[in-house]
Design a protein around this ligand. Sequence first.
Ligand code: PGA
Length: 324
Amino acid sequence: MYLSKLPRASFAQLRSFEAVARLGGITKAAKALHLTQPTVSTQLRELSEAVGVALLTPAGRGVQLTDAGRDLLHTVSRMFGQWQEFEDGVADAQGMLRGSLRIAGVTTTEYFLAQWLKPFVQTYPGIEVDLTIDNRDAVVTRLERAQDDLCVMMMPPQHIALHHTAVMHNPLVLIGPADHPWASARPRKKPLRSLADIGLLMREKGSGTRQATLDFLAQHGMAPSIRMTLGSNEAIKHAVAADLGLAIVSQHTLASDPAREGLAVLPVAGLPIARSWQLVWRRDRRLSRIASVFMDFVQRELAVPGQLQAKAQNAAALAIKRSA
Ligand code: PGA
């Protein structure tokens, strides 16, 4: 295509605009791009002058897009997607993969993501991985803002159009202190109703583990009495080992021998809660070449039992099913 007049907007301005629109504010965008706030503000002003209309308006402590801003964001997303394709093509032609892979995982994935990443970064040393670990609600917010190439989570949100691929089982088990009387009840399992009579330790609001536990108990007509709320899997495990209550956690958060951590998996009928982790990405974003290579890599490696799994005895790999 021949442009009679060269666009007056620069790539740097468009990149700042895209980051401000995606992250909802100049401060956050400046931080993400390693620029100063005045630089980003100047770029936005110059971009607006080049286009000839306002692109952003102040909203609360952040900014929001005008109609023209929304159109520009759409255009910029397509342009950047095509640029990415071009860069991927160049890298392919040179037989190397360079760039970055941004992944966000819920907190339970920190127990195995490093093991997924290790052989990948060893195979592709030109790739810089940026991994964020947070609870489910925080990862959903990142998905809303399209901050990552891929996310790993148990419960993808319904309100964002996503592709998802089940990658690994995530059984949620009941744990107690190693000397808990139920631990020696094997092989007889406690009835599920026993959970109605105990105080449970729960993760914070926004945690997928908490939500999955509450959903499961509600399905069985139970509302747990929450004895204590704790903000991490490790805090939960320490509190359980200290005999402060029982908890339901991902089996992947436990050592292969939970007794080493002062814990026992308690046998209860109907448990574990059968869940799985999904690799998810937005339907409206083209998966970058690096992200799709990573997906294929995980898929291939998980197909060989035990290669990537943090704890082979806990983690039977699922056949990877890509959503349509
Ligand atoms: P959580 O996530 O870290 O928010 O509990 C667990 C999950 O959603 O798999």
